[in-house]
Design a protein around this ligand. Sequence first.
Ligand code: GTR
Length: 337
Amino acid sequence: MQRHRFNRRRIRPATFLLGLALCCCHGTVNAQSLVLRTAETHPNDYPTSVALRFLSERLSELSAGEVELKIYTGGQLGEEKDALELTILGGIDVSRVSLAPLNSIAPETTVLAMPFLFRSTEHMRSVLDGPIGKEILSSLESRGLVGLAYYDSGSRSIYNTRRPIHTPKDIEGLKIRVQNSDVAVAMVEALGGNPTPMGFGQVYESLMLGAIDGSENNWPSYESAGHFEVAQHYTLTRHTMVPEVLVISKYRWDQFDANKRAHLQQAAAESVSIMRKEWDARVEQSRDRLLAAGVELVENVDTDAFVGAVAPVYDRFIDTPQLQNLVSRIRAVGTTP
Ligand code: GTR
């Protein structure tokens, strides 16, 4: 099967120029401190941004002020797909992204974006914290990125401007925005919708203008980006639990000595528990705020019908013994310590 893979020649000219500009004025603010430019799509109060600020402070502490992150929140450095391309080139040092736009860069990451793969948050965390999580992170190295940590992103559910959704039949004909990932496109297709891949920053306007009928995301993103103001029907499909990931440019990593690498790895590892605490609290908070704001929640979902409809997505993407083995190993991971 021919799948889109990352190709340096396909980088858009604007991305390339921005990359060059960032490379040229890169990095060191004074002789003592190295500042790592970090891309974050969410605003300052989102759990991932809070975790990154912790990481930056911890890194600065561990390195005695030698290294810190400068965090560009709210998508200032571009949509996730573009930010990733720039990170591979070394124009951005660190990116916090969803794993979904990495699917076309590293096929191993596809596994974690598969629908109905994880049984629960505990199952997902056990997988990510264990050898499988590490194996998938290390597959990024040959693609120009070094994986530092996974962050939680809860489960994604479908919302739309038109009608309550209970079964895949209700999705038929709806234009649903998805992340830039072939798996996400195939999944919405399998559910009978018309998938429309686009950057997160364009979704609000597209919903407003009626260019799309809906999208899919977790509670905090649905709330934080204001999508609920336009698309009021939220259905707890919980179809994927694709995690967030923190990556650093391999180009930049290769310039670091062992100390800098160890400090960065330690600060990133410590930021995971901060993120999880922030995340769990934010999910509750967002849910309460959204229900108070009048979102029409469908909890009574025909989950079996959804699981059945997306089964062909596995046949299409989990198409090598390596990927099949990863899926079986993930399913076999238990959750009791
Ligand atoms: C959010 C995720 C973002 C972005 C967004 C999207 O859940 O935190 O990084 O990927 O989804 O749908 O584009």
